[in-house]
Design a protein around this ligand. Structure first.
Ligand SMILES: [Fe+2]
Length: 220
């Protein structure tokens, strides 16, 4: 049997393509979360290797939604307790999918903890504070920034100013204070990039190298 070397970026590209075909909304949201996560990591001056891992994890953070039915994912209005439980399984499903490949073990753990809260009231394990991987704390912050500043069927998008005021109220409870302080320092840049992405859209592209991972913005 011929053993071929597996290229990490090619594998990531395949997974991102699967996600995009299955659920374009989650895929586009993940692009924005990856961009904002990268900007926060840059402001925190994290090492290049950590920034690369964070960027990939941000693209794949909601991959577990593949295992949740569309009926629940797209349900208008409130969810039943049982439906909520199913949605809350997505970090574990994502971790189980990614953890099968040794090259994605670290990324799978970041995905597992992206819905933990600083005060321990998150899921799936209720980790607290710095026991939550830093990359997961960054993704959780970027995830919320994108959710608040994006239009939803039931409400208009809020400005970055309003978004950060709202997030400040939950700093130390939901969000990591260190991550929030760096994100706040660059809030105008974050708003600029999110606006740019919303206006011009995100063009699909292949991951071709590490630099591409870190400079992934491709605008139509
Ligand atoms: Fe999620």
């Amino acid at each position: 049997m011929i053993k071929q070397q597996v290229n990490t970026h090619e594998v990531i590209d395949i997974i991102v393509n699967i996600l995009d075909a299955r659920d374009p909304n989650t895929s586009v949201h993940s692009w924005r979360v990856a961009e904002v996560s990268g900007m926060i990591a840059e402001a925190m001056q994290l090492p290049e290797k950590e920034k690369g891992i964070l960027h990939t994890a941000a693209h794949l953070h909601d991959i577990g939604k593949i295992g949740i039915s569309d009926k629940i994912l797209n349900k208008p209005g409130s969810l039943t307790a049982e439906e909520n439980e199913q949605i809350q399984a997505h970090p574990r499903i994502g971790c189980n999918i990614l953890g099968r490949l040794p090259m994605f073990r670290e990324i799978s753990m970041i995905v597992l903890y992206h819905h933990e809260r600083f005060d321990g009231l998150g899921y799936p394990e209720g980790l607290t504070g710095e026991n939550i991987p830093l990359a997961s704390r960054i993704i959780s912050t970027a995830d919320t920034i994108d959710a608040i500043t994006a239009d939803r069927p039931y409400r208009k998008a809020k400005s970055a100013e309003e978004c950060f005021l709202e997030m400040e109220l939950h700093t130390g409870s939901q969000f990591c204070p260190t991550v929030i302080s760096y994100a706040t320092m660059i809030k105008d840049d974050i708003e600029g990039v999110l606006n740019e992405l919303k206006i011009k859209g995100i063009k699909h592209y292949a991951f071709v190298g590490h630099e591409e991972l870190m400079h992934s913005r491709r605008l139509i």
